[in-house]
Design a protein around this ligand. Structure first.
Ligand SMILES: [Fe+2]
Ligand SMILES: [Fe+2]
Length: 225
């Protein structure tokens, strides 16, 4: 089994080579490590399902991005099916792994139901907060047109720039987005949205750090520190 996991990791690394550092094999390895950490606090976790699901969850990211379809969960699940059956995983294992992959994103109707899917969801979302979340944000925010050095944060931001006026709605104009808005509309509420106790605990610690960082950032930008 260990050789199969190594084989999968190699395939994922190759597939994600053209992707930026915020979403390449390093992201996958961090999510994988967090999955194992969270799994140690849960009962009855099937690691033969969780480990390949963690490794494969974003394998379709690059292919999806090339065509701009925003369905990397579906593409990743399809690509995984072929890889896993070539590696002689059972039909039941393949179905469970695909289910984890299909439920790893926030904005889809496919919600995590099994413990393995819940762990993968939590581990992946933890990448959006804390020190790693901030570094990833500093990479993608300017790419999308946002300004990491902006401290503009109006109280009615959700109303003006999130679809449907809701904090979890899609961002309408990235040029208006920044770290402070990201914290208020997403990071702050993340712990409540996770499924596992350990995931929520880790998310809380990361968001506390993020808040401290943003206080420092605002002070430096305003020339007070
Ligand atoms: Fe993903
Ligand atoms: Fe991911």
């Amino acid at each position: 089994m260990e050789n199969k996991f190594k084989e999968i990791e190699k395939l994922v690394e190759k597939e994600l080579k053209p992707v930026g550092v915020d979403h390449n094999i390093d992201h996958v390895r961090r999510v994988y490590a967090l999955c194992l950490k969270i799994a140690r606090s849960e009962k009855g976790v099937d690691l033969v399902v969780l480990r390949p699901a963690a490794l494969l969850h974003d394998i379709g990211y690059q292919r999806d991005h090339r065509v701009g379809t925003d369905i990397h969960d579906i593409i990743s699940a399809e690509m995984s099916e072929k890889i896993l059956s070539d590696l002689e995983f059972t039909k039941d294992q393949i179905d469970k792994i695909k289910d984890c992959i299909l439920s790893h994103r926030f904005r889809t109707d496919h919600k995590p139901k099994t413990i393995e899917a819940k762990i993968l969801f939590d581990a992946d979302k933890l990448e959006a907060v804390g020190a790693i979340g901030l570094i990833r944000g500093a990479i993608w925010l300017p790419k999308m047109g946002g300004n990491p050095f902006s401290i503009d944060d109006p109280k009615n931001y959700a109303e003006i720039n999130h679809a449907g006026g809701k904090e979890n709605g899609k961002i309408l104009d990235w040029a208006k987005h920044n770290f402070f808005k990201e914290y208020r509309s997403k990071s702050r509420t993340l712990p409540k949205k996770l499924y596992t106790k350990k995931g929520r605990e880790l998310a809380r610690a990361r968001t506390i750090f993020e808040k401290q960082f943003l206080t420092e950032l605002k002070g430096e930008i305003e020339g007070r520190r």
